[in-house]
Design a protein around this ligand. Structure first.
Ligand SMILES: Nc1ncnc2c1ncn2[C@@H]1O[C@H](COP(=O)(O)OP(=O)(O)OP(=O)(O)O)[C@@H](O)[C@H]1O
Ligand SMILES: O=P(O)(O)OC[C@H]1O[C@H](OP(=O)(O)OP(=O)(O)O)[C@H](O)[C@@H]1O
Ligand SMILES: O=C(O)c1cccnc1
Ligand SMILES: [Mg+2]
Length: 614
């Protein structure tokens, strides 16, 4: 990413670097920790992401001549020697970096990255590192939460590019949502750059662009067919529509023929992967109960006519009042309710009424149109894929679609139709996913954009970058708020596991301490609350840090996106279910050793001034 370069930083990093240089601190050996203090999304875990980009940044960390020229322009009173120092800076010789592997589940206060090197150099890395880690980890965590909520049985597609925070936000979202548990993206550039599977359907504009049915499409059969269809593709679809209409309880003429043409055109272009967006006009017909309200509309002097749709929602059909003939007709049935859904010519008066309704609201029924096209396509040897729903009650409509698939499949001995994919989109968030599950949806794939990529529930992860040691001396930033105090010194982190493979806790200790041992009981402590302590006898001990950058640059090859995705999924499996649940999750324990506890508290007392009360 060409935007990631040394000047992608805050000015104060450069001014501090100069002041360090000017005061002879450029060889001071510093240790910095990068960590966050609070889990995002009211959850109890995060997924660590963005590390690979930090490594790339270190690899390319050099101020160019034009960078130096620009800095000279904005900082005119700086000594020439500093610019010479900056222009020969290179992270490869002087910086070392240890970190938790990218994709791991991580927790507050645990240093995710530990950087060591000359004070001004590490200082110059702060903003860029935070920028690379914060959004990546936040959006990967968001994706992981959507995955946990949706379950493993559904496909999750990231549809967020159009709503993302600029081009880089969009690309990063696609990349890190994939690591966090999404199956694919609609973002074509992300597919090209990162090898993420790209997927997509079609938009409402495509349906809207067709207004009538003509008969121009000649589909080439998939294989040599035993019997070539006698009708054209459009005629076939129309004949199927005639056959399925009574089964679906609709009138053939009430489906929108522009929409039918759009589906035919899409099927013609993609006979093997035809997936149609059903809700441009209406997914299924309204199951109408037409009533004449026993009141006159005072202004117009006509009765008010209303309908109840299948969900019991009252739709007032004001437009009907203009059909005087109709109103006269129904005036006689004033106050009564009559169903017109099964009116296939059997009841003339209600048929007139209903036909007129169709005239008022003629654009219905994406579902019958799709089924007609799928059945026509089948006659050429192709199987359609399914449908997308992008508005309305997604649980209800998905169930209705599935019912119709099964009904038609049984009727025409086409069992493959039962398995049509239902894709749902439209402003979906974690809560919607939970609710849809409770409502027993029949959705196979969710297309999720806005809430996922903008992380609407929490738009930033508060990773910070703190100095913890200079020339072997621990450093500590104090705060009134205990949660904001950072753990001083150069530290190691171990993850302790129980016999069932689940993580028990993360243990932070000083690098000088002996690592915990398998099968050996150790005392672990809450870093700040004295009374909170426990003994643990780990079944497995994992040193969380790996060396990513040594004195000669990169120390190991970096995993592929696919591997990072697997790491995240495996790491999440080591977390207890109650830690991952959406509502009131249990906090995961982050502990310190007894030695670390004493070290921290002695230093705390040393740094905290004793006040005087008067
Ligand atoms: N069964 C359901 N349970 C809970 N939430 C749902 C369900 N179906 C859809 N939703 C969500 O409800 C919201 C409906 O949005 P909105 O009110 O804009 O409806 P819409 O169908 O898009 O309407 P319009 O067609 O007017 O745009 C969306 O966020 C959608 O994800
Ligand atoms: O709702 P989100 O979670 O952000 O998911 C992405 C949305 O983007 C598209 O809508 P848009 O109205 O932009 O275009 P469309 O014509 O394809 O629906 C799509 O239909 C989704 O509704
Ligand atoms: O392919 C789709 O259906 C899609 C892609 C991006 C946004 N909304 C929908
Ligand atoms: Mg939409």
């Amino acid at each position: 990413n060409s935007v990631v370069q040394p000047l992608l930083t805050d000015l104060y990093q450069v001014t501090m670097a100069y002041a360090y240089w000017k005061t002879g601190k450029m060889e001071d050996k510093a240790v910095f920790d990068l960590f966050f203090r609070k889990n995002p999304f009211r959850g109890e875990f995060a997924i660590f992401a963005g590390l690979g980009e930090c490594v790339k940044f270190l690899n390319n960390f050099r101020f160019s001549c034009s960078d130096i020229a620009y800095l000279q322009e904005i900082l005119p009173n700086v000594d020439q020697g500093f610019w010479e120092y900056l222009s020969q800076l290179d992270a490869s010789q002087v910086v070392t970096m240890s970190a938790i592997p990218e994709g791991y589940v991580v927790f507050p206060k645990v240093p995710l990255i530990r950087l060591e090197g000359p004070l001004p150099v590490i200082q110059l890395l702060e903003t860029t590192f935070l920028n690379l880690i914060n959004y990546a980890s936040l959006v990967a965590t968001n994706a992981a939460r959507f995955r946990i909520t949706a379950g493993d049985g559904v496909q999750l597609l990231e549809f967020g590019l159009r709503r993302a925070q600029g081009p880089d936000g969009g690309l990063s979202a696609s990349k890190y949502c994939y690591i966090g548990g999404f199956d694919g993206t609609s973002n074509v550039l992300a597919g090209k750059l990162f090898g993420i599977p790209v997927r997509g359907t079609h938009a409402h504009a495509f349906v809207n662009s067709f207004s009538s049915l003509d008969d121009e499409l000649q589909v080439n059969p998939e294989a040599v067919l035993p019997q070539q269809p006698k009708l054209s593709f459009c005629q076939l679809a129309m004949s199927w529509l005639t056959k399925i209409s009574p089964i679906l309880n609709i009138l053939e003429h009430e489906t929108n023929k522009g929409e039918l043409k759009a589906f035919l055109a899409y099927a013609y272009a993609f006979p093997r992967t035809c997936l149609c967006l059903l809700d441009t006009y209406s997914v299924i017909k309204l199951n109408l109960n037409i009533c004449i309200f026993p009141f006159m509309d005072i202004k117009l002097g006509y009765p008010i006519i209303y309908t109840l749709d299948t969900q019991g929602i009252v739709v007032i059909l004001h437009s009907l009042i203009y059909f005087t003939g109709l109103v006269t007709n129904c005036w006689n049935t004033q106050g009564t309710t009559f169903r017109v859904e099964c009116c296939n010519g059997r009841n003339n008066s209600s048929l007139n009424f209903y036909t007129l309704m169709c005239y008022c609201f003629p654009h219905r029924s994406g579902l019958p149109n799709f089924l007609a096209v799928a059945l026509a396509l089948n006659e050429y040897g192709y199987r359609a894929i399914g449908v997308r729903l992008d508005s309305g009650d997604l649980a209800y409509l998905s169930r209705k679609c599935r019912e119709a698939f099964v009904l038609i499949a049984d009727q025409f001995e086409s069992p493959w139709m039962k398995k049509f994919t239902v894709v749902a989109s439209n402003d979906i968030n974690e809560e919607t996913l939970i609710s849809l599950k409770e409502q027993k949806h029949e959705i196979n794939s969710f297309g999720i954009g806005t809430h996922l990529v903008t992380c609407q529930k929490q738009p930033a992860l508060g990773c910070v970058f703190k100095l913890v040691e200079v020339n072997g001396e621990p450093r500590m930033k104090l705060s009134e708020d205990v949660g904001k105090i950072n753990l001083p010194g150069k530290k190691s982190v171990f993850r302790l596991y129980s016999e069932d493979g689940l993580a028990i806790l993360d243990l932070i200790q000083l690098c000088s301490e002996k690592p915990p041992e398998v099968g050996k009981k150790i005392l672990v402590r809450h870093p700040f609350i004295e009374s909170k302590r426990a003994y643990v006898c780990p079944y497995k001990v994992e040193l969380l840090y790996r060396d990513y950058w040594g004195n000669n640059g990169l120390t190991q090859s970096f995993p592929s996106l696919q591997e990072l995705k697997k790491t995240a999924s495996d790491s999440l499996k080591t977390l207890r279910q109650d830690i991952k649940r959406e509502l009131n999750p249990t906090p995961y324990k982050v502990s310190v050793t007894n030695e670390m506890y004493n070290f921290l508290h002695e230093l705390w007392l040393k740094y905290a001034p004793i006040g005087e009360l008067s």
